[in-house]
Design a binder for this molecule. Structure first.
Ligand SMILES: Cc1cc2nc3c(=O)[nH]c(=O)nc-3n(C[C@H](O)[C@H](O)[C@H](O)COP(=O)(O)OP(=O)(O)OC[C@H]3O[C@@H](n4cnc5c(N)ncnc54)[C@H](O)[C@@H]3O)c2cc1C
Length: 420
């Protein structure tokens, strides 16, 4: 695959095509779209813009060499699959003519329509797509950064090195130890993700170290997604192993003492997996795209265009979710298709048309059995947002191995759809 580093890109684009609309004349493209972030949102948008209009030049800026998928990463923690399953290269996007620049976007100037790269130089765009995922507000949990730097406290809420490190901590934990999973107040990335994690770690303990315990400390009053199905699985499969506590918000952490500090008490554990509160990724903050509560970016759901910066489209977890819409890979992939269609329409001088989108979130409750929730979201002209369609979607009737197989198929399909 041809991945362009900064030098190659300068050569290819003619000094990044002089960083202006003239760049498009140089390459013969009718316009240039720059995409920041090659995850479920950004990679899908880059691919679909090229697929639906090959006359548009698309440059994808991604800081990592390969994409590591959060979906299925909980199974890595449970020891049911390996990291190679969740790591995917960007080679597939080449077939669509997406130019992948391995670099980090450090600044956006929406007025000049440029993106500054860490390794130096600016990229000009006609339209910009930003899908940076989440970053964490570590300061909300006292002592978190020091604890994380010590390597003792992990979130593993961005799959990658921390997933590997957390799996190692679970393997090293003594039989009879306590694994604490602390969940922040919603909204956070992947509502059912923590409960899936608790379930598959409990499945691992049941098989490998049955005297151990999973203690879920949830800042929310109750399980935020698929509650009935998760609780039934915990009761049937992990009695005596998994304990769930609602309204248990972590306000501090002490790595040395092995404690998570709640508002009213301290809780001790052997492995402390504290997931901090979240907000839109750093570059969205830098670019002035955050509009809500210092955390999320409001968009026009017909085009995914930022309400703060015209010509900039925001996707995925970074967005201020529409009512009933989860922060999920499924949604990010669908946001990308709304944005791809809108970008093409707007570059052709036409108004974007609203699209109906679907979310499906599978979760594993053991190494093999899955459960599901799905929903349909459509534009509401009166409320000017996407609303969940009443009566469409719902949850699976019960956990089953068949739903587990569907979950694997869903993952393979979305990896192929997003990354080529
Ligand atoms: C444990 C877990 C399990 C999950 N399971 C599911 C599931 O089963 N189903 C589901 O639908 N969702 C699931 N999710 C949620 C899903 O992973 C996210 O909703 C999805 O990744 C959001 O896509 P995104 O494009 O917003 O961000 P991401 O997929 O995180 O992509 C962001 C990309 O941007 C890059 N980036 C960020 N900033 C810059 C920059 N400045 N310059 C260059 N590159 C940058 C990052 O390196 C990254 O590649 C899960 C999440 C977790 C944590």
């Amino acid at each position: 695959m041809k991945t362009f580093d900064r030098r190659d890109f300068l050569k290819l684009g003619g000094a990044a095509a002089a960083l202006s609309a003239a760049g498009c004349a140089t390459t013969g493209a009718k316009a240039r779209v720059v995409v920041i972030g090659g995850g479920f949102g950004g990679a899908t948008a880059a691919k679909y813009i090229r697929l639906w209009d090959p006359a548009i030049e698309v440059v994808l800026v991604e800081r990592e060499e390969a994409f590591t998928s959060c979906p299925i990463s909980n199974l890595v923690l449970g020891g049911f699959t390996g990291m190679d399953t969740v790591r995917h290269g960007y080679g597939g996007l080449q077939r669509y003519g997406v130019q992948v620049v391995r670099d980090e976007a450090v600044a956006v100037d929406p007025a000049k329509k440029t993106v500054r790269l860490r390794r130096g130089g600016d990229l000009a765009y006609d339209r910009l797509v930003v899908s940076p995922g989440i970053d964490f507000t570590y300061g909300d949990v006292q002592g978190y950064e020091a604890a994380m730097q010590s390597g003792r406290v992990l979130h593993a809420w961005k799959a990658g090195a921390q997933t590997v490190a957390l799996r190692r901590q679970l393997e090293d934990m003594r039989d009879g130890g306590v694994y604490i999973l602390s969940i922040p107040t919603a909204p956070y990335r992947c509502p059912p993700g923590p409960y899936e994690r608790a379930s598959v770690v409990a499945a691992y303990f049941k098989a490998a170290k049955p005297r151990s315990k999973v203690l879920v400390l949830d800042a929310n009053p109750d399980v935020t997604s698929k509650g009935g199905l998760f609780k039934a699985a915990w009761k049937d499969l992990y009695g005596g192993i998994l304990e769930y506590r609602g309204n248990a918000k972590a306000v501090g952490v002490d790595a040395g003492g092995g404690t998570v500090r709640l508002e009213v008490e301290d809780v001790k554990g052997d492995v402390l997996n504290v997931v901090p509160p979240q907000r839109a990724g750093d570059i969205a903050v830098q670019a002035g795209l955050v509009t809500h509560n210092n955390r999320w970016c409001d968009v026009d759901w017909r085009s995914m265009e930022s309400k703060a910066a015209p010509g900039v489209h925001l996707l995925g977890d970074a967005t201020l979710s529409a009512p009933g819409m989860p922060k999920s890979a499924s949604m990010a992939n669908n946001h990308a298709k709304i944005a791809a269609a809108a970008v093409i329409e707007q570059l052709s001088g036409r108004a974007p048309q609203p699209l109906k989108i679907i979310n499906t979130c599978y979760s594993f409750v053991s190494g093999s059995d899955g459960i599901r929730v799905s929903s349909v979201h459509q534009w509401d002209e009166a409320q000017k947002t996407l609303l969940a369609v009443k009566g469409a979607g719902g949850v699976s009737a019960a956990r089953s191995a068949a739903e587990g197989n569907y979950a694997w198929n869903w993952a393979r399909t979305i990896w192929a759809d997003s990354l080529g």
